[in-house]
Design a protein around this ligand. Structure first.
Ligand code: AMP
Ligand code: ZN
Ligand code: FE
Ligand code: FE
Length: 295
């Protein structure tokens, strides 16, 4: 096979989670699955931590899986004319460089803030008469506990019917026991990522919940602030929307990226590499674009 033909038929996944954040597979299991699926490359993009990537790297080398270092960060987007901030997930890739010590330190602070938010949230739930402790939650989040782990526990203990119900009643922004976690603005996260040697990408733009007009304005603004890429292919993007985002990325000078956002059992309908009912197919050239930018 010629290199060109090889490259055009190779598929990758640039968005996945391990049990170092809220996924269910260990790094070893995820690497084995990526190999089984024949992925030409995989990025581990856990929330706020490189721990899953760190453990997976030597295993990926042995298995011959091309592993890319990534991370998924939350940020607060201020939208003109709206009092409520929106939440934007920013994926940051390090295809050819190590994150700077300053960036690693900032991440450490994020994890400390998260832990203190978790403490307050456990207390707020206890104040509402819910019998749960922080230790029980942390036992479910191996290295990094978050609201998804609270949600699973609330369901297990019968306080909520399902995941959505747990957010609706106890954990979400409109619940009486909601505890806010300070997050940086999207512009700040983009700047931190660039200074730290990473490539920032807006994840699953559909979830920001903006009209097309406002979304266009916001992405134009973020590109000026240093944003490099847009997640075009994602399990939550139907084919027509992927087509739309691919054009939008080209128009705004953003690199297209894509991935399944695989979590394992917490999101059982999403498959590594192929997303929901095969709606995701990410070409290797998307990674090559990131690598060219990173050099
Ligand atoms: P945390 O970072 O601990 O605040 O948790 C945020 C995560 O909780 C998000 O990445 C989502 O996976 C999940 N989440 C947030 N809001 C909801 C919701 N309304 N329904 C289901 N999951 C949610
Ligand atoms: Zn997640
Ligand atoms: Fe996300
Ligand atoms: Fe994700």
């Amino acid at each position: 096979m010629s290199p060109a033909a090889d490259s055009s038929s190779a598929f990758i996944d640039l968005h996945s989670h391990t049990d170092a954040s809220d996924g269910s597979l260990t790094p070893a299991e995820l690497i084995a699955l990526a190999k089984h699926k024949g992925l030409a490359a995989l990025a581990i993009t856990d929330h706020d931590t490189f721990e899953g990537y760190r453990v997976a790297l030597p295993l990926a080398r042995t298995a011959g899986v091309n592993l890319v270092r990534g991370i998924e960060l939350n940020s607060r987007l201020l939208v003109e004319g709206s009092a409520q901030p929106r939440f934007v997930h920013v994926l940051v890739y390090f295809p050819s460089r190590e994150p700077s010590p300053a960036f690693q330190n900032w991440l450490e602070e994020q994890r400390t803030d998260r832990r203190s938010r978790n403490q307050k949230l456990a207390q707020a739930l206890q104040d509402r008469g819910v019998d749960i402790t922080l230790a029980e939650v942390e036992a479910r989040g191996r290295t990094l506990a978050g609201r998804p782990h609270f949600a699973r526990l609330l369901v297990e203990k019968g306080y909520a019917h399902n995941f959505e119900d747990a957010f609706h009643k106890y954990l979400g922004e409109d619940a009486p026991s909601y505890v806010e976690r300070d997050s940086n603005t999207t512009e700040e996260v983009i700047a931190l990522a660039r200074e730290g040697g990473g490539i920032p990408v807006v994840a699953h733009p559909i979830r920001i919940g903006l009209s097309r007009l406002v979304e266009h304005e916001v992405l134009t603004r973020l590109e000026k602030a240093g944003l490099v890429g847009l997640e075009v292919y994602h399990s939550d993007h139907p084919p027509a929307l992927q087509e739309y985002y691919r054009h939008l990325a080209a128009e705004l000078g953003l690199l297209p990226t894509g991935g399944s956002d695989f979590h394992g059992t917490p999101k059982p309908d999403i498959e590594l590499g192929s997303g929901r009912a095969n709606n995701v197919k990410v070409p290797l050239e998307f990674l090559e674009g990131l690598q060219r930018f990173g050099r």
